[in-house]
Design a protein around this ligand. Structure first.
Ligand code: BGC
Length: 775
């Protein structure tokens, strides 16, 4: 696969103007800061193909459901993070001739995403008419230091003429989502004001009534000096603009600094929004571009100092992992428990910016190992706060007595997905949410979380599994019928191995923690029982029976777990038998053909083996990997990372590396031909895991860290930081040596390639693989 973008360790670079790739590049070059973000749209007028997108985290709209045939139980709406007022707009005219990048003559176009410092830059030339060429250099960022601020430094230089440049800087709130169900617009004007110092537009979302204030303040500079200008202001419904005309001489450059503040009623009282936004703009302008920029880059420096992965000997892999880490940090900073990680972050509209099981299964393990434990806790508390709604969701589907079914897709705890096979059947998501509690506690050691929040969620989910499993007289086993596993290329199957495994695991884990709380703090357990009307002996007898007697489909001739009861009835063929012209199959085959085929969209049995790996020996992992991997088309971004981790675990480093590149460069190389819709943010967490848990072999178990590193053949070395229970440590792996450097002040308990160590704070252990390990 050839990358369209230039390979570089710290930058993504697009050379030349490629309108046919514009949507793809708009996704790739996206910027964000956890609070807001946007696609890499042009500042200038562009009448070509584009997906204009600016988003403010948590500002959503319930778009009325649209389905072919209504089914009872469907949610009324699909929640969408809204395309918010576009604040980047700057129109340019030269001697009254307006530039439209789709029509003007563009040369030497360069677009750069600098991941080290977190900015987006374009440098290019536009020939407006004969002997009238300008060079534009625009740099923009959304501040990591002050998340409600955005900034554009926009420089225009006359290359060959004396004339007049017109700048029109605007904020446009008359935007709509391209994926609206009924073509409606979701914003309404609240107020606008604009004078010679600043402009402010306040818009509100219909139904949800979020108010968003977007303000701008401009500054024009020539020869490093702010120049006085005469501003002409305009406004119309949901739109404000300021225009300025500036004479230039050949060779002269004019810089426009556009300071932007975006505040929303999620954080500021509606009545104070105007005042607060103006005051934020004033503070920003007083600080000035240079200071804002250096504060922003300092934040990135801090992030990179503990989250960078350095790969020596493979620049393409290096660029890719940084791209993944960069986009993840742009999407979620973990400061606000009301926010979550949309599968596409702020880079597109698909999946509506809502929360999926991706968060617990992929995002959480990344943030647990790279960020302060509060970040992971906020992700868990988000779900805790949705427990009541999950009980309501389950009740709508006929479950009772406090059974909780977490939604497949949600913004506020309500289910808002509406394809029956996913909404009603993809119930494995409930298991991911239960497993996340275990994962959080094993990483952080925060046992109190269980008593304060975790157990209540686990009991709700266990009640669901207990009611959802039924007893088959035929098999004399419990079964879970009519489900969709993670592999969405099969629907309404019976006994998905992964789902059944999670159900049994959740019941056991919940029972174990009930016993612990009963013995350690019986008063707290009694309080909980009373609060949720839980009768331990009455309810848990059935749980124990399900644990003992669950049915797990198995093929005894091949000795592999079966994805579901009927899997062997399918015609088993390798994915390599599909002609390249028919890939991806989801864009080329009819849906029924896909469903009847044996091809897997993503890890399913393997997803379960990943979670419960310590229950299986290497041979079992290998047999299942060898059976399923050839049939997997990886058309979900969440797939190759899991296969890569298991491939490393079974010692197949070549395969692990091949799958690593596929996950790491999935978007940069557009493997699944869909990057125009946005980036696959949640799978990016899987990429990081493919290095740390895959090549690095990092596991958390028995209250300590395990490392069993491997190294891809063409890498000279790789290194990463990880966290465990308040301890930050750095791992470097070369062909011969593994170095673990404890950079915190607490002792790190670690089993390194089978040897036990207690590494004191500020100390390191170096293991010579050839001498210490093989000798
Ligand atoms: C995958 C799901 C995932 C969703 C959002 C789908 O293509 O099959 O597992 O939750 O994308 O990332």
């Amino acid at each position: 696969m050839n990358s369209f973008y230039k390979t570089d360790a710290w930058q993504i670079i697009e050379e030349g103007f490629h309108p046919e790739m514009n949507r793809e590049s708009e996704s790739i070059f996206s910027i964000g800061n956890g609070y807001m973000g946007q696609r890499a749209n042009f500042e200038e007028t562009y009448s070509g193909d584009s997906l204009q997108g600016s988003y403010v985290a948590g500002v959503y709209y319930p778009d009325k459901t649209r389905v072919g045939w209504w089914k009872n139980g469907y949610p009324e709406y699909f929640a969408k993070v809204l395309n918010a007022p576009n604040w980047i707009g700057i129109n340019i005219s030269v001697d009254e001739k307006k530039i439209d990048l789709a029509k003007s003559k563009i040369s030497s176009f360069l677009r750069i995403l600098d991941m080290k410092q977190g900015y987006l830059e374009r440098i290019f030339r536009v020939t407006v008419s004969e002997n009238k060429t300008i060079e534009i250099c625009s740099r923009r960022f959304v501040s990591m230091a002050e998340p409600d601020l955005g900034m554009i430094r926009y420089a225009v230089k006359s290359l060959d003429f004396d004339g007049v440049l017109d700048f029109t800087a605007y904020i446009d709130g008359d935007v709509k989502n391209q994926d609206t169900n009924y073509g409606e617009k979701f914003w309404e004007d609240v107020s606008k004001e604009i004078d010679e110092n600043s402009g402010l537009l306040i818009t509100r979302t219909l139904k949800t009534d979020f108010h968003v204030a977007t303000g701008m303040s401009l500054e024009f500079i020539k020869d490093n000096i702010v120049i006085p200008v005469k501003i002409r202001n305009f406004n119309r419904d949901k739109y404000i603009a300021s225009s300025v005309s500036i004479p230039v001489r050949k060779g002269e450059e004019v810089v426009l600094n556009k300071y932007v503040a975006v505040l929303s009623s999620l954080n500021v009282e509606k009545g104070n929004l105007a005042k607060e936004t103006k005051s934020r703009l004033h503070q920003a302008k007083t600080k000035g571009y240079d200071k804002l920029y250096s504060e922003h880059t300092r934040e990135w420096e801090k992030i990179w100092s503990t989250s960078d992965v350095i790969i020596e000997g493979d620049i393409s892999a290096q660029q890719a992992i940084r791209f993944n880490i960069f986009q993840l940090n742009q999407t979620y900073t973990g400061k606000d428990e009301r926010l979550n990680i949309g599968p596409k972050g702020f880079t597109g509209e698909k999946y509506g910016g809502s929360t999926y099981w991706d968060t617990e299964a992929f995002g959480l393990p990344f943030f647990l190992k790279t960020a302060d434990p509060k970040v992971g806790k906020n992700l868990l508390v988000y779900r805790y706060k949705h427990l009541e709604k999950s009980i309501e969701n389950a009740a709508k589907l006929g479950f009772k007595d406090g059974a909780a079914l977490y939604p497949m897709v949600t913004m506020n705890g309500e289910e808002c997905h509406n394809e029956w096979e996913i909404t009603f059947e993809e119930i494995h998501r409930n298991g991911a949410i239960a497993f996340a509690i275990f994962n959080y506690i094993r990483h952080t050691g925060d046992n109190e979380y269980m008593a304060d929040y975790g157990l209540e969620v686990l009991i709700g989910i266990s009640r669901f599994w207990s009611q959802r499993a039924t007893f088959s007289e035929n098999l004399k086993k419990y079964v879970i019928l009519g489900v969709t596993g993670p592999n969405e290329y099969e629907n309404n199957v019976n006994n998905n191995w992964y789902t059944n495994s999670l159900a049994v695991w959740t019941l056991s884990y919940t029972l174990e923690n009930i016993r612990i709380l009963e013995s350690e703090n019986s008063a707290k357990m009694s309080d909980l029982n009373a609060r949720i009307n839980f009768n331990i002996s009455n309810e848990t007898t059935r749980w124990q029976d399900i644990i003992k007697n669950m049915h797990f489909p198995f093929d005894s001739s091949r000795n592999v777990f079966l994805q579901q009861d009927g899997f062997l009835d399918k015609e088993l063929k390798p994915a390599s038998s599909i002609p390249a012209s028919e890939r991806p199959i989801n864009q080329n085959w009819s849906w029924d053909r896909i469903l009847r085929s044996c091809f897997l969209k993503q890890a399913d049995v393997l997803q379960g083996l990943y979670l419960f790996e310590d229950q299986f020996d290497t041979e079992t992992l290998k047999r299942n990997f060898d059976f399923y991997e050839p049939m997997t088309v990886h058309e979900s971004s969440l797939s190759p990372c899991i296969y890569s981790i298991i491939a490393s675990r079974i010692g197949n480093i070549e395969k692990a590396y091949e799958l690593y590149l596929r996950t790491a460069r999935l978007d940069l190389d557009d493997y699944n031909n869909e990057v125009s819709d946005g980036l696959h943010i949640t799978s990016m967490a899987g990429t990081w895991l493919a290095i740390v848990e895959g090549f690095g072999g990092m596991r958390i178990s028995e209250g300590k860290v395990f490392l069993n590193p491997l190294i891809p053949v063409n890498w000279q070395s790789y290194s990463f930081h990880a966290r465990f229970r308040g301890i930050l440590f750095e791992v470097k792996v070369t062909k011969d040596l593994v170095t673990v450097n404890n950079v915190s002040d607490k002792t790190l308990p670690i089993t390194l390639c089978g040897k036990e160590y207690q590494i004191n704070g500020s100390e390191k252990v170096i293991l010579n693989l050839k001498v210490d390990f093989f000798s």
